[in-house]
Design a binder for this molecule. Structure first.
Ligand code: ZN
Length: 325
């Protein structure tokens, strides 16, 4: 296997991240390009190929042999077909698209496609925060809430590739209506847009909040990372929103922990990457208050290790993961 490498790509709603990665998780080359979704499917596919092409040029120059190409996409994926199932909320024009069939026209390598949170979980399990554990729940906090589960050392995908959809765990019987059709899904309470919505509501009565300064006069420019920054400066609005978010997540995670009994919960995604250690402690406290004591006694709640690279690293090893099954 000397000098054999895989290409991994993480297609997001905003950016496409890509890399050439060794079987042991070493990144040889990587890059980022806008998803260009204003140009629809054509724009996304054009930039996806630009990213892959640039890696193939680097591979050729360095005389690296490419084994396979793996892609993570924000939606449900029919794994054997490499086809997106249904409508991905962040890339709706990619609905029911056979991504593998399309890419096969351009690249003479085995091509694998999977859900983006699944590949993130795979990367954290093989090379990151969940390395060495057999049963793990990985969640990604961002515009939505994604999740991947490792059961007995294998990525779990469910009977029709939907599992797991942790973000659609209902925490309120008759709560906010979710875009999935259910009510009270945790994604409606603990995603970045949900956090910012609550912060803006609270700001109406807290004119002295430092968030006004951080937003530079436009509250629509606020991000979750501003809330974590303001929390450190003891901003009351941020403290409240972050504490509530940890409670919502801990509540939903306590159900998942009772169901799966993992050794570790890894929390990643843009929101978690900017969070301080206190955020994870609050989530842990909530889980421990609610879940079975025997399930939480040795449970670890940790921040993801591979950051923004987790998606393309995990996608790069999809071929190897599937070959060993
Ligand atoms: Zn939902």
């Amino acid at each position: 296997m000397k000098n054999k490498f895989n290409i991994g790509v993480d297609i997001g709603g905003t950016n496409i991240k890509y890399g050439m990665v060794s079987s042991s998780g070493r990144i040889l080359a990587c890059g980022i390009i806008p998803s260009c979704k204003t140009s629809g499917k054509k724009g996304v596919l054009r930039n996806l190929r630009k990213g892959i092409d640039s890696l193939l040029v680097s591979a050729k120059q360095s005389k690296f042999k490419i084994n396979s190409i793996g892609i993570g996409v924000p939606g449900t994926v029919d794994l054997p077909k490499g086809r997106i199932i249904g409508i991905p909320p962040n890339l709706p024009f990619m609905a029911d698209f056979s991504l593998r069939k399309y890419l096969r026209r351009f690249y003479p390598y085995p091509i694998y496609v999977d859900n983006d949170a699944n590949v993130m979980a795979l990367a954290e399990y093989k090379f990151g925060a969940a390395k060495g554990y057999k049963n793990c729940i990985c969640i990604t906090l961002g515009t939505g809430i994604g999740s991947g589960v490792i059961l007995e050392g294998k990525l779990f995908r469910g009977s029709s590739f939907v599992g797991p959809e942790f973000g659609h765990t209902s925490i309120y019987f008759s709560g906010i209506r979710c875009h999935c059709g259910n009510y009270g899904c945790v994604e409606m309470y603990a995603s970045e847009p949900a956090m910012l919505k609550r912060a803006k509501e609270l700001l109406k009565k807290n004119r002295g909040s430092i968030l006004y300064q951080l937003s530079q006069g436009d509250l629509n420019r606020l991000k979750a990372k501003d809330l974590f920054l303001a929390e450190k400066l003891k901003d009351k609005v941020s403290q409240k929103v972050i504490q509530e978010t940890a409670c919502y997540l801990g509540t939903a995670l306590s159900s998942a922990v009772n169901l799966i009994n993992p050794e570790i919960v890894v929390v990643g995604g843009g929101v978690a990457l900017s969070a301080g250690v206190n955020f994870f402690k609050m989530i842990e406290k909530e889980i421990k208050t609610r879940a079975f004591p025997s399930a939480t006694k040795n449970l670890k709640i940790v921040k993801a290790k591979l950051g923004n690279d987790a998606g393309f690293i995990g996608a790069s090893i999809l071929g190897e993961e599937l070959d060993t099954q």
